[in-house]
Design a binder for this molecule. Structure first.
Ligand SMILES: *[C@@H]1O[C@H](CO)[C@@H](O)[C@H](O)[C@H]1NC(C)=O
Ligand SMILES: *[C@@H]1O[C@H](CO)[C@@H](O)[C@H](O)[C@H]1NC(C)=O
Ligand SMILES: *[C@@H]1O[C@H](CO)[C@@H](O)[C@H](O)[C@H]1NC(C)=O
Ligand SMILES: [Zn+2]
Length: 722
């Protein structure tokens, strides 16, 4: 046994060195290396990262590295540069920032190549905000939002490869070379992500989230407090500094933290936002102000549905329960001047809002806290991450299987990474035509590919189908929603009217489509829970549906359009009896999917309410039945010749191909080690599993966790410490 282990350890080491050096040369992720954990010589675990809390300096350096490494996805600024705000603090604070005091960093994440700044497509991206902290000694949030951002960037940069724009269409040798190189990079980064549990469907999901939303991350709004590891910004509590349920205009917008967020909220139309804190474990929403004790908000149904989804996807582990969720007045305590209620109601509940006239930092213009009907209206949920504001390192979790909530690798950082990602998922419904007769499209959303005209998706989401087939089974998924009330599939011949109506990013009019298209016959249900409505979704985010289309009347040369539509989350309009004030739902997110009259805009963003949500169109080219394959992608980014039409996933083949090459290489070089290697590997994997389990259990045993409890609420309420 020992001999087996010894030999296979050596073999794996050789193999690993080869892979590792290749990876270092060609990794598209830049310089950052994940610190390796034990068992360095087992390939599967070398990229697992045990999360650690980031300090202010590290945050600044990493943000700047992203800005230079991912110019296609990232814009970095500060509230000093963007809004001319002063800094809080003195010369000795944040010495790594220019000038006195601490700068307040603001990171915007968007697919700037697919949705160029200033374009109509960019204005229509749904917007999400993540605020890492307002209290500088509550330290899980900044790391969680930045690790989540890092994961999005890695996955999207990987999924963008090989870039479609480079796809060779002639014999140009240079282009061919570049294309092959990008294919190699794509293989490398996909393998690397798989090593810590980011499978193909996860990578595609993350790439879609980055590429179809605009995310603004303010990792440390209270930058001074975070640098000093103090709750306040120089003695002032930033989470009592917002004009809601306050009476003294001198007592709001006194901090740079508050002003930073105020400026960011004025400039965007966020639909979902997260505000991270620590000191207990709760996901919480309106109301959280004394004036509304005992009452539900007008958007309570949706808030509760989303809060529940956050809690489930975040999950718990052996000693830590999933987050309880509910309103702040009950689960935390009511406050005056809190950011949460301000972000939700500061623009439409004028009796509770005053315009601020603070004296600090030379004052702040009063007009900046006078809001019109479009601003705020955000679900800005309070996430109390952990009982300890600075939890022990061993409870933060690891990057292994971070997409799953049910492993012992879960921890305070891992679960809030997932929670944050879910806010991006839920901000807007989406549909995707996923397979035809069991043949899955290779790509869902490919980042860095311009979406401005119809050409891009008409070419990329396209299949040749044999004229011999008289009916096709089409599958599609619906994501970004917690309940799918109804979903349908429509099809017909592409024509000029459709060409004018459709684009790859915008939503067409249902009436127009129904005039020219035919409804497919559904197979099975047309309504269901969304992928995140109960626990972790298995295999991708969306709920899957299928329908049959009759193709017998189409002829060789015809182009068929297939488009799916859904109506979702209609129940969000409902209201409990104790709603106060008695008005319809006021949030952008509820109105965006239940109220077609809803329209709001600020400079860079637009929200148009709608009931029906559409997929990007898929195109089927009817080709002569003599073609060898009955269904084949016309322009796969991977060699279509490797793909069989009956496969459920083209990438399974890609992976099998890769494994095949590796195994043959190994067998040729080390033919007679083959059997030993296999046995050794099995033993090692088992040993590793046991070791990892023990390690996790150790952490868990060593940590004394006070159990959460609503019963402790009053204790917290007296101290106002969260
Ligand atoms: C509402 O206020 C925002 C600033 O918060 C501004 O950008 C927008 O243009 C205003 N809308 C109207 C209709 O005045
Ligand atoms: C804001 O919206 C309310 C209804 O929600 C309307 O009564 C009011 O006139 C609007 N105000 C402005 C300035 O558009
Ligand atoms: C799809 O069909 C067209 C027209 O018959 C043909 O030129 C093209 O090569 C086909 N593509 C694939 C990948 O088979
Ligand atoms: Zn706090």
């Amino acid at each position: 046994m020992i001999l087996f282990i010894g030999i296979s350890k050596w073999v794996w080491c050789l193999f690993l060195v080869q892979c590792w050096s290749q990876h270092v040369r060609s990794s598209p992720f830049g310089k950052r290396r994940y610190p390796s954990v034990r068992y360095r010589w087992i390939k599967e675990v070398t990229t697992i990262q045990e999360y650690e809390l980031w300090d202010s300096h590290q945050i600044k350096e990493e943000l700047e590295r992203w800005a230079s490494h991912y110019p296609q996805f990232v814009r970095l600024t500060t509230s000093q540069d963007a809004y001319g705000l002063p800094t809080a603090g003195r010369a000795e604070d944040c010495p790594f920032d220019e000038g006195d005091g601490c700068k307040n960093y603001i990171l915007t994440v968007q697919d700037f190549e697919a949705y160029p700044e200033g374009s109509e497509a960019s204005r229509h991206l749904p917007e999400v905000l993540w605020s890492g902290e307002l209290h500088g000694d509550e330290r899980v949030g900044p790391t969680a939002v930045l690790e989540a951002t890092s994961l999005l960037l890695s996955a999207a940069a990987c999924e963008a490869l090989p870039r479609r724009n480079l796809m060779p269409d002639g014999d140009d040798e240079e282009i061919q070379k570049a294309w092959e190189r990008e294919q190699q990079l794509a293989d490398t980064c996909r393998t690397e992500l798989r090593q810590f549990g980011i499978e193909d469907q996860h990578r595609k999901w993350l790439a879609r989230l980055l590429s179809t939303r605009r995310l603004v991350v303010v990792p440390t709004a209270n930058a001074l407090g975070y640098y000093r590891s103090q709750r306040t910004e120089n003695g002032v509590d930033a989470n009592r500094d917002f004009p809601f349920d306050l009476t003294d205009p001198k007592q709001c917008m006194t901090t740079i933290a508050g002003r930073t967020l105020n400026e960011v909220f004025r400039e965007h139309l966020f639909q979902l936002s997260l505000t991270f804190h620590g000191g207990t474990e709760v996901v919480s929403y309106e109301w959280g102000a004394p004036s509304y004790e005992g009452f539900a908000s007008p958007d309570d149904i949706a808030q509760s549905a989303i809060g529940g989804a956050y809690s489930r996807f975040a999950g718990g582990w052996s000693t830590t329960k999933p987050y309880i969720y509910g309103n702040m007045n009950e689960l935390v305590y009511p406050v005056r001047g809190g950011m949460e209620d301000w972000a939700y109601a500061g623009s439409w509940d004028p009796d509770r809002v005053i315009a601020c006239e603070p004296d600090s930092f030379g004052g702040y213009p009063k007009e900046k806290t006078i809001y019109n009907n479009s601003t705020l209206r955000v679900f800005n949920m309070l996430i109390e991450t952990s009982h300890k504001k600075i939890p022990h390192k061993s409870t933060l979790g690891t990057s292994m299987d971070v997409m799953r909530s049910d492993t012992e690798a879960n921890g305070h950082v891992s679960r809030n990474i997932r929670l944050a990602l879910l806010s991006l998922e839920l901000v807007q419904p989406y549909l995707s035509v996923s397979s035809i007769n069991g043949y899955s499209f290779t790509d869902d959303i490919v980042p860095q590919y311009p979406q401005e005209d119809l050409y891009s998706c008409k070419v990329t989401k396209a299949l040749n189908v044999s004229s011999a087939l008289t009916e096709l089974t089409i599958q599609w998924t619906v994501g970004g929603a917690l309940h799918i009330d109804d979903t349908q599939l429509w099809y017909g011949k592409w024509d000029d009217a459709l060409m004018n109506e459709l684009s790859c990013w915008s939503q067409p009019s249902a009436e127009m489509l129904k005039d020219v298209l035919t409804k497919a016959s559904p197979i099975g249900t047309t309504s269901s829970k969304g992928g995140f409505a109960s626990g972790s979704p298995v295999g991708g985010a969306g709920a899957t549906f299928s329908a049959l289309i009759d193709t017998s009347s189409f002829e060789v040369g015809d182009e068929i359009i297939v488009i799916a539509l859904a109506e979702v989350d209609k129940g969000w309009k409902d209201q409990p009896k104790n709603t106060k004030p008695q008005v319809p739902p006021q949030s952008h997110i509820v109105n965006a999917r239940t109220n077609p009259e809803w329209y709001h805009e600020v400079d860079g963003s637009v929200i148009q309410g709608r009931i029906q949500w559409f997929s990007t169109p898929a195109t089927l080219h009817v080709v002569s039945s003599s073609s060898s394959e009955s269904v084949v992608e016309t322009q796969s980014r991977y060699k279509p010749s490797n793909v069989s039409p009956t496969s459920s996933s083209a990438e399974t083949h890609e992976r099998k191909g890769e494994a095949f090459v590796k195994i043959t290489t190994l067998l040729t070089v080390l033919a007679f080690f083959g059997a030993i290697l296999l046995m050794g590997q099995i033993i090692l994997k088992r040993r590793f599993r046991i070791a990892k389990r023990n390690r996790v259990l150790q952490y868990v045993d060593g940590e004394s966790v006070e159990l959460p409890g609503i019963s402790q609420k009053n204790g917290y309420a007296d101290q106002e410490i969260l």
